[in-house]
Design a protein around this ligand. Structure first.
Ligand code: UD1
Length: 353
């Protein structure tokens, strides 16, 4: 059996790694296709090194652009590759533009598509990722879900039960595999945050960073937090452009270049709390038992909220008090299927369907 993985942007890579490893153990033929949506070393190559997977076999080099341009370029460049390789399964991950573009081309070629992380919804259609999730789940032949909530969502949307398979959360597989290696990177020591007081921040959602008033409000709140404790902010390229253009003062907030997968895990693991608008960090902080404050009014990971690891703080004015009140969880909660074995279940499904 030959499977072709399609990845393109930073959040895809930790999802690919455990599935790639499980498929290798099962002896499947694999092709890793990178669309090139993310191309900076820190946003892409560093992740392949950290995750211990070989570099992609093909890179389509699409780069940045508007949503229309980026999606169209991926579709145009991936089509001849899919025709050439004729995989038994095209495996797509998460919710980025590369996921949707690849799925659309593959199904029209009559190739079977498996979606890892199917059924995840924020119910906020202003997010480009939500549109990608809906489109991919309508198209895919195999819907591999990370949670029972996702199963229920897909059934409510009319997907046949025969196409839905609960496998659990592959991001947790990647984390459990890497966490010990992360703890010896020395990242927390290098930035001097070994005392468990620091707050680790990431922001990149258009709704937060493309809206100047909102970005200013969040940075104002972070400056208040930084008066009491270290605030580390590895800055996504999109956010860096906005901060520079608006000349926003970071005060004592430590702005950093984006960090690799292992360093980020180590910084989170050492932190008092994580403040983010990322989907992946909500899952990873929950899996580490580190409190997460999500600067949004919706989440695609409701189980992180119900297990007590995550809280939505939409109004940035509330952030300093929220940071002061959270406590690290005595034990990291493990929703069903967040057990380090999800990728093995993914590969079992691919082999038996
Ligand atoms: C994409 C994903 C988002 C994911 C995020 C993680 C979509 C719709 N969105 O958003 O779900 O959470 O990746 O990072 O697919 N840039 C660089 N170097 C790079 C990549 C991007 O400088 O390697 C800059 C470019 O100026 C680019 C901007 O970042 O225009 C945005 O990149 P893009 O891939 O379009 O979207 P993200 O905001 O990264």
């Amino acid at each position: 059996m030959k499977i072709l993985h399609v990845v393109g942007a930073r959040p895809n890579f930790p999802k690919l790694a455990p599935v790639y490893r499980a498929a290798r153990v099962a002896g499947l033929d694999q092709i890793v296709m990178h669309t090139g949506q993310h191309y900076d070393d820190a946003m892409s190559d560093a992740f392949f090194r950290d995750l211990g997977i070989r570099p992609p076999d093909v890179n389509l080099g699409v780069g940045s652009g508007t949503h229309g341009q980026q999606t169209a370029r991926i579709m145009e460049r991936i089509e001849p590759e899919l025709v050439k390789h004729q995989p038994d399964w095209v495996v797509v991950y998460g919710d980025v533009n590369s996921t949707a573009a690849a799925a659309l081309v593959a199904v029209k070629l009559g190739q079977r598509v498996a979606h890892v992380e199917a059924g995840v919804r924020s119910n906020d259609r202003s997010m480009p990722e939500e549109i990608n999730r809906i489109v991919v789940d309508r198209l895919a032949d195999l819907l591999l879900t990370p949670s029972r909530t996702a199963d229920a969502t897909l059934r409510a949307e009319g997907e046949p039960a025969s196409e839905i398979a609960f496998v659990g959360n592959v991001m947790v597989d990647a984390l459990l595999f890497a966490v010990e290696r992360a703890r010896v990177t020395g990242a927390r020591k290098r930035v001097g945050v070994e005392n468990g007081k620091a707050v680790v921040v990431t922001l990149h959602r258009p709704a937060n960073v493309d809206n100047l008033l909102r970005l200013e409000g969040i940075m104002r709140a972070l400056r208040v937090v930084a008066a009491d404790r270290p605030v580390l902010f590895p800055v996504h390229p999109r956010t860096r452009t906005r901060l520079d253009a608006a000349g926003i003062d970071a005060g004592k907030v430590k702005l950093m270049e984006p960090v690799g997968y292992l360093e980020m895990l180590d910084l989170m693991d050492a932190a008092h709390a994580v403040v983010t608008d990322s989907g992946g960090l909500q899952v990873e902080s929950a899996a580490l038992g580190v409190p997460c404050l999500t600067v949004r009014d919706t989440t695609e990971w409701p189980e992180t909220v119900t297990c007590g690891a995550n809280r939505l703080v939409f109004d940035p004015v509330g952030l300093p008090a929220a940071v002061a009140s959270v406590r690290r969880l005595a034990q990291a909660p493990r929703p069903e299927g967040w057990d380090g074995m999800a990728a093995v279940r993914v590969v079992d499904c691919l082999r038996t369907r």
